[in-house]
Design a binder for this molecule. Structure first.
Ligand code: UDP
Length: 235
């Protein structure tokens, strides 16, 4: 295995499947089964999930809503997704804990670093909900922050695209994919891997990022075993 402890970042939009909004139970079950396969192999798995399928602070603000208010709504959306994912993972037979950046103790444990690490050591899948707990941040930043805190070996960004391209492959046919790229080149070429805050935090702490297609069955397992099917960003 290439990694022992990973942080998997899933966007909220990924949970929509073919829907326009909300959560697709089939997609959720597929993800749970992919995750179960790597937990069985002894990989310690922490997950940060986005909320974009339910609410984004920026879109609220563009419709006249107070940005901070909207961001809190977005953070709550990530908790909703976290609860859904927790259910699906438990249906797949896994032990899980949901830890939130904002206290809501009837629903989840508050995030405490040592507790998170202990859960991982015991083989529980840890889901981090509520982003960073602060407005003006994203779940990408939360993912990098938590990955560093729990000393994860890598952050795996599961997307619907199979890596980082010279330009958007959904818009440009001639775009070509990088197998690997340095943090510096990502910056110099102006490529978009994560938002700037998340990316800078990852670079400063030498946390490698793997971008891969999470929607193809077996891909997560391949990444874990060291197969280079996506793009790895490293120093
Ligand atoms: N959010 C926030 N602080 C955080 C993480 C998230 O305010 O630390 C809010 C923000 O409004 C964001 C929303 O939660 O738009 C959903 O998160 P994100 O857009 O990162 O989700 P994704 O795009 O991954 O689905």
């Amino acid at each position: 295995m290439a990694y022992k402890r990973i942080l998997l970042k899933l966007s909220g939009e990924a949970l929509m499947g073919d829907r326009q909004y909300g959560i697709d139970p089939t997609r959720l079950a597929e993800y749970a089964s992919e995750i179960q396969k790597i937990v069985e192999k002894g990989i310690e798995v922490a997950i940060v999930i986005g909320g974009g399928n339910i609410f984004r602070g920026v879109s609220g603000a563009s419709n006249g809503m107070d940005r901070v208010q909207g961001d809190y709504m977005g953070m709550l959306a990530t908790v909703i997704n976290g609860l859904a994912l927790q259910s699906a993972l438990e249906d797949a037979g896994l032990q899980t804990r949901l830890l939130t950046a904002i206290k809501m103790e009837q629903i989840a444990e508050p995030f405490i670093k040592r507790r998170a690490v202990r859960h991982l050591e015991k083989g529980r899948v840890v889901i981090f909900g509520g982003g960073t707990g602060n407005p003006y941040f994203t779940t990408d930043t939360a993912a990098v922050l938590r990955a560093i805190e729990i000393d994860a070996d890598v952050i795996l960004k599961g997307t619907r695209v199979d890596g980082i391209y010279t330009s958007d492959p959904e818009k440009n046919k001639d775009a070509s994919k990088f197998d690997s790229i340095t943090y510096k080149d990502v910056m110099n070429k102006g490529l978009k891997v994560m938002d700037m805050t998340a990316f800078a935090l990852s670079q400063e702490n030498n946390l490698p990022i793997v971008v891969f297609d999470m929607n193809t069955k077996g891909n997560l397992e391949k990444v874990i075993s060291g197969e280079n099917i996506g793009t790895i960003v490293d120093k």
